[in-house]
Design a binder for this molecule. Structure first.
Ligand SMILES: C[S@@+](CC[C@H](N)C(=O)[O-])C[C@H]1O[C@@H](n2cnc3c(N)ncnc32)[C@H](O)[C@@H]1O
Length: 368
C-alpha cells in the first residue's frame, strides 16, 4: 500500500491552480436540484475541500441564484482530515466558528458568509442524511474535486507467476534509499483487488476510493441526490501514474518521504465497478466537453464583453485556455457523476446518449 500522506497535504501539488470552473460546477448542482423536483432541503457535501475556495465560489453561485433557491434550506458539510486546512477553510468561509465536543459527529461548525449552516467532519460516515422526524426530506449533493487522487493506492505488476504487489523496501545497496520491490508471493491485496478481466500488466487500485464510492452509491440509491467527482484520471486504460510533486515540480516518490505531495490518477472504471449498479453513472468525460456542454463559451463571451481592458481580457483568455486545452486541464481533468436510476429512466425506450443529454454537462445544458 502506498500511503500518499494525504492528511498532511500542503497544497503544493505542482498542478495548475483553479483547475475547474467553480461557477459552472455550482450551476450543475442547481440544475440537479431542479431535476430532482426542487426539494425543500439539500446538503452540499464536499470531500477534501483544500483551501475552501471551490466551496466559497459555489456558495457565491447559490447566493446569486437566491431567488430560485430562496425557499430551499441549504447546509454545507465538509469532510476534511487536516486540522491545518480546516482552519484555512474556516477563515475563507465563515466569520465565527464553534469547536464541538469529541462526542459530536462534526468537529467544528459555523455559519457561512451567506448565512448557511456549515459543519466539518473527519469521516464521510459522520455526515448525516437529511432527516426530519425520521423522514428523509432532502438530498445530499456530493462533490469530490481533486480528492480521490490524493488517497493511498496499491500497485500491482503482472508477472509470469501471476499478479504481484509492488512494495517499498530499503535499498540494501544504497543505505538510506528506498526502492520498489515485487512481493515474492501473491499478497491478499493482489488476490482481492485485481479484476478477473484485467488486461493491463500494471494496475493501481485505491480501495479507499472504492469504499467512498460504495457509500455514496448506497446513499444516492436509498435517498436520492447526486455525486460529482472531478479528478485527474482515466477509464481503466492507464498503468503507472503514481507521482510526486514538490515546489510545483515533479519529485521522485521514494525520495524524502513526507516532503512531497503524492498523487495517482483516478481509475474511473474501478469507481464504476464499485458503484455496483446501485446508481447510474455518467462519464468520465473530459473537462473540455463538460465545460463546453455547461456553456463555458457563452460565459466567456459575456466576460470578454464586460472586461474593461486588455490585461483583463488576456487574463480571461489565458484562464480559458488552461481550463479547456486538451494538453492541460481540458484533457487531463475528468468529470464523473452518480445519480439515482430514476433520474435517467423517464422512458424505457431512451438510449444511453439521450439519457446523458438530460444531465447538465454530460449533454448540453437546458434550463427548463
Ligand atoms: C488535493 S486537495 C483537494 C483540494 C480541493 N478539493 C481543490 O480541488 O482545490 C485534497 C484535500 O483532501 C483532504 N484529504 C486528504 N485525505 C483525506 C481523508 N482521508 N479524509 C478527509 N480529507 C482528506 C486534504 O486535506 C485536502 O483538503
Amino acid at each position: 500500500m502506498v500511503d500518499k500522506g494525504s492528511s498532511t497535504f500542503k497544497m503544493e501539488n505542482g498542478k495548475e491552480g483553479g483547475s475547474s470552473d467553480a461557477k459552472l460546477i455550482g450551476i450543475w448542482f442547481v440544475s440537479e436540484w431542479m431535476a430532482n423536483g426542487k426539494p425543500n432541503k439539500f446538503q452540499l457535501v464536499e470531500l477534501g475541500p483544500g483551501r475552501g475556495s471551490l466551496t466559497s465560489d459555489i456558495l457565491r453561485v447559490f447566493n446569486q441564484l437566491g431567488s430560485l433557491l430562496s425557499k430551499c434550506d441549504i447546509s454545507v458539510h465538509l469532510v476534511e482530515i487536516s486540522p491545518t486546512l480546516s482552519e484555512i477553510q474556516a477563515s475563507v468561509l465563515i466569520e465565527e466558528k464553534t469547536e464541538l465536543q469529541e462526542s459530536c459527529f462534526a468537529y467544528m461548525q459555523g455559519v457561512t458568509k451567506s448565512g448557511l449552516p456549515i459543519f466539518w467532519y473527519r469521516d464521510l460516515n459522520d455526515v448525516p442524511v437529511v432527516m426530519n422526524n425520521f423522514e428523509i426530506v432532502g438530498y445530499n449533493f456530493y462533490l469530490a474535486h481533486e480528492f480521490l487522487d490524493a488517497l493511498p493506492i496499491h500497485k500491482f505488476q503482472k508477472t509470469e507467476k501471476g499478479w504481484r504487489e509492488l512494495l517499498i523496501d530499503i535499498d540494501s545497496e544504497a543505505p538510506g534509499k528506498l526502492q520498489f520491490v515485487l512481493a515474492p508471493a501473491a499478497t491478499p491485496a493482489a488476490e482481492a483487488f485485481i479484476h478477473a478481466k484485467e488486461s493491463r500488466d500494471h494496475v493501481e487500485v485505491c480501495p479507499d476510493a472504492g469504499v467512498i464510492i460504495q457509500k455514496l452509491a448506497h446513499d444516492i440509491e436509498k435517498n436520492g441526490g447526486a455525486a460529482l467527482i472531478i479528478d485527474y484520471g482515466h477509464d481503466g486504460t492507464k498503468t503507472d501514474t503514481f507521482r510526486g510533486f514538490r515546489g510545483h515540480k515533479l519529485h521522485d516518490v521514494l525520495v524524502s518521504p513526507g516532503t512531497a505531495d503524492l498523487t495517482a490518477d483516478v481509475d474511473f472504471s474501478y469507481l464504476r465497478r464499485m458503484a455496483q449498479e446501485r446508481v447510474a453513472t455518467l462519464g468520465p468525460i473530459k473537462q473540455q466537453d463538460f465545460l463546453r456542454n455547461m456553456g463555458i463559451d457563452i460565459r466567456m463571451q459575456v466576460l470578454l464583453q464586460n472586461a474593461n481592458d486588455a490585461v483583463n481580457r488576456n487574463q480571461l483568455l489565458r484562464s480559458y485556455e488552461m481550463l479547456m486545452d486538451l494538453d492541460r486541464m481540458g484533457g487531463r481533468f475528468n468529470f464523473f457523476a452518480m445519480l439515482p436510476h430514476n433520474r435517467l429512466s423517464s422512458s424505457d425506450q431512451v438510449t444511453k446518449q439521450s439519457t446523458s443529454a438530460s444531465v447538465a454537462g454530460f449533454g448540453e445544458l437546458e434550463w427548463k
